[in-house]
Design a protein around this ligand. Structure first.
Ligand SMILES: [Zn+2]
Length: 428
């Protein structure tokens, strides 16, 4: 194994081929291998960089050497720069540089050295979507930051649930952020903490933002299908621009019904941590009638969200409930959240809270044998089973907009059909 380790990528480049920026030089080199626009070919070209072990590399006298390293989660700047085999004094100076604060985990750095092994420049995609470049100057390193052109591509993936939504997402190479969006968009119909079953499957069409062929992050989910216990749910993003050209939009069923409900199915955020727990151990099920509420087992600290737009009616301690929040919603509805470990800062009686906003955190205060959320749903003061009540939906696409909606949605539905079919083929 080389000193650089497995993730290190090293390339030789002819001097002059790199007109200024190291990264654009690399892409130029790949552009000759794969025609621009052919995403698949280009991505695989980048995934398999020329592997030359440093001790074997022989530098042409006019050559430049480029090294790439990824800033891993938990990495230190010193460790990262050391892997790039930089002069230790220069590495220390760079690590202290203000511009390094723009580096975020997961980002690749490219260092260009001249033939004598002196660092010539260092660049990476910064946290503000800018190309950050350090260049050697008379007085150390000068910093420049330019707007980077991100490309948006559309990815289509599907998976089957065997243990959890996130495990299924991992198996298909779907980012966590996309899996969470899928859970959120169907959150009015499916309680992802209680309703998921082995064999459920989903397909998703989503945007990915790339910079010179490398995925920087995932973007918005454009369409998704979720088959839960045999029932098929579909959602498509429908965007509109208001008079001030501000973009807005939401998720709708392909027939124009709004996916957003006045109430969320579950008061718990759906995250990798809470889902892993929930799938192993089902929520504490007690007779609802005797108990007047639903209990969700979840790790202490899991975020509790307001299930609907609301005004805070009570925050504080109350006997067996321990720390408790009561929210009042439109109409005759109210909800109660008990055994909390703590509240969101600033939450007080009379405050307005939007649907999905975090109000508190799971705990085991009051009469609780383990960390869980006790959740009550009341209509006109009467406790009702939140898992059984029919919840009012938000407004559908207005009739006048349906032709535009249909035009925007049709290609997305076609894509879902396409993935759905290939999925069936795989299962058989
Ligand atoms: Zn309870």
């Amino acid at each position: 194994m080389t000193r650089l380790g497995q993730t290190a990528r090293i390339r030789l480049a002819r001097a002059g081929a790199l007109a200024g920026l190291a990264l654009s030089g690399i892409v130029a080199a790949f552009a000759t291998i794969a025609p621009a626009g052919d995403a698949e070919v280009r991505q695989s070209a980048i995934a398999e960089p020329l592997a030359i072990r440093p001790e074997e590399s022989v530098l042409p006298s006019s050559g430049e050497l480029i090294r790439e390293e990824r800033f891993q989660r938990g990495d230190t700047l010193a460790g990262l720069l050391a892997r790039l085999e930089m002069d230790p004094d220069e590495a220390r100076a760079l690590a202290r540089h203000q511009g390094m604060r723009l580096l975020r985990p997961g980002t690749a750095l490219t260092a260009t050295f001249d033939a004598s092994g002196t660092l010539h420049s260092l660049d990476f995609l910064g946290s503000r979507d800018t190309l950050v470049v350090f260049r050697r100057s008379a007085s150390g390193f000068s910093l420049s930051e330019d707007r980077a052109q991100l490309e948006t591509r559309v990815a289509m993936k599907s998976s089957v649930i065997r243990s959890s939504l996130f495990a299924a997402a991992d198996a298909a190479g779907i980012p966590d952020a996309v899996a969470t969006q899928v859970a959120d968009m169907f959150g009015g119909d499916i309680d992802f903490h209680r309703d998921l079953r082995k064999g459920d499957r989903f397909a998703v069409v989503y945007e990915t933002h790339t910079f010179q062929g490398l995925t920087v992050r995932s973007g918005r989910v454009l369409a998704a299908e979720f088959v839960n216990q045999g029932r098929v749910y579909r959602a498509v993003w429908y965007g509109t621009a208001d008079a001030n050209d501000r973009a807005s939009g939401g998720y709708y069923a392909p027939d124009g019904k709004n996916l957003r409900k006045a109430f969320l199915r579950s008061p718990l955020e759906f995250s990798r941590v809470s889902s892993a727990f929930g799938m192993r151990r089902h929520p504490i099920l007690q007779s609802w009638r005797a108990h007047q509420g639903v209990d969700y087992a979840a790790p202490t600290g899991t975020r509790v969200r307001a299930v609907a737009d609301s005004v805070v009616e009570f925050v504080g301690r109350q006997g067996g409930y321990g720390n408790v929040v009561v929210l009042r919603h439109q109409g005759q509805y109210s909800t109660l959240y008990g055994h909390l470990s703590g509240f969101t800062r600033g939450l007080r009686k009379g405050a307005r809270v939007a649907q999905g906003e975090t109000i508190a955190f799971v705990g085991q205060t009051g009469w609780a044998t383990g960390p869980h959320l006790h959740y009550e749903f009341k209509i006109a003061g009467q406790a009702r089973n939140p898992l059984a009540v029919a919840l009012p939906a938000a407004l559908p696409v207005p009739a006048a907009e349906m032709p535009r909606f249909a035009g925007q949605v049709q290609p997305l539905v076609a894509r879902l059909d396409l993935i759905g079919n290939s999925q069936v083929a795989l299962l058989e």
